[in-house]
Design a protein around this ligand. Structure first.
Ligand code: UTP
Length: 289
């Protein structure tokens, strides 16, 4: 029986070194794309995939990420007094059910695998999603919903994948592919940040996963991998053979918002999707470039 997917872990304890100085005193996941912080896109995407319980893995200086989902009574009453109904609606759209967000602390950023291991009590014996909020996906169907649907088809572990330029495999977790069905590919191996010459393919994992709780057993070894960090990819690689493992070529486009150029691309792409601002942005780009 395939257990329903109701939980998501959002690791947000990284240092964001690629985005300094912006991330010195502000969490990377609070950076806005157009007008919404990255963390809000991630929570909205998870809710659209049927997720009901969220666990943010936070670290020092990350309190704003949790406060963003609080009810701001004073702000709301001021907006009400001033008749700012549109702004009030924007705040109301943010509301999540009481008690649905929990946080755990990662005291030291020892790697993504370590961050997920920090959420072990929340995960328990259930399948769970992972969303890395700095990976933003522009798609017709929310990316995690596509993964959740694939999980219902295949069971087991499912990760979202995309082709990357072959000379950039050393920036990503890369798949070794068995049967390639086009949309779904069978995963027979995983390597974190392989040099292009050693890469088994150019299919890269992006920041959306559906995993079985068995990954925690492998993470518990807390073995260091690439970059001397506890790598999620290494623990996932150990699950191959234990349960089905698939990559999903999702519909949509991924933007790496932890990277300055990726972040700027996301601003433009998301602004062009907004009817109220698209004409002005398009006109500016045409005249400026
Ligand atoms: P990144 O690989 O983007 O690392 O993490 P980072 O530290 O945030 O950024 P750079 O590379 O230094 O610029 C991917 C996701 O995993 C989280 C990050 O917050 C981000 O959402 N993460 C990473 C943790 O929560 N803990 C860690 O120890 C490492």
């Amino acid at each position: 029986m395939i257990k329903p997917l109701r939980k998501a872990v959002l690791p947000v304890a990284g240092l964001g070194t690629r985005f300094l100085p912006a991330t010195k005193a502000t969490a990377k996941e609070m950076l806005p794309v157009v007008d919404k912080p990255l963390i809000q896109y991630a929570i909205e995407e998870a809710r659209a995939a049927g997720i009901e319980q969220f666990c943010m893995v936070t670290g020092r200086g990350k309190t704003a990420l949790v406060e963003h989902f609080d009810i701001a009574f004073e702000l709301e009453s001021t907006l009400r007094e001033r008749g700012k109904t549109e702004a009030l609606d924007v705040l109301r759209a943010l509301a999540v059910p009481a008690g649905s967000i929990v946080t755990v602390r990662q005291q030291e950023p020892l790697g993504l695998g370590h961050a997920i291991w920090c959420a072990r009590a929340f995960i328990g014996e259930d399948p769970f999603a992972i969303l890395l909020p700095d990976d933003l996906v522009l798609s017709d169907t929310p990316c995690l919903k596509q993964l959740a649907d694939a999980y219902l088809e295949t069971g087991g572990n499912v990760v979202a994948v995309t082709e990357v330029p072959p000379d950039q495999t050393n920036r990503y977790g890369i798949l070794k592919v068995g049967h390639d069905g086009g949309r779904l590919v069978e995963v027979t191996g995983l390597v974190e940040k392989p040099a292009p010459a050693d890469a088994p393919s150019n299919l890269s994992i992006i920041g959306r996963y559906v995993l079985l709780p068995g990954v925690l057993r492998h993470l518990a070894r807390l073995e260091r991998g690439a970059g001397n960090e506890v790598q999620l990819t290494d623990a996932m690689a150990r699950m191959i053979g234990e349960a089905p493992f698939h990559g999903l070529r999702f519909e949509g486009r991924r933007f790496d918002c932890g990277d300055k150029v990726g972040f700027l691309e996301a601003q433009i792409a998301f602004a062009l999707k907004r009817p109220e601002m698209a004409p002005a942005v398009r006109a500016f780009l045409k005249s400026y470039v």
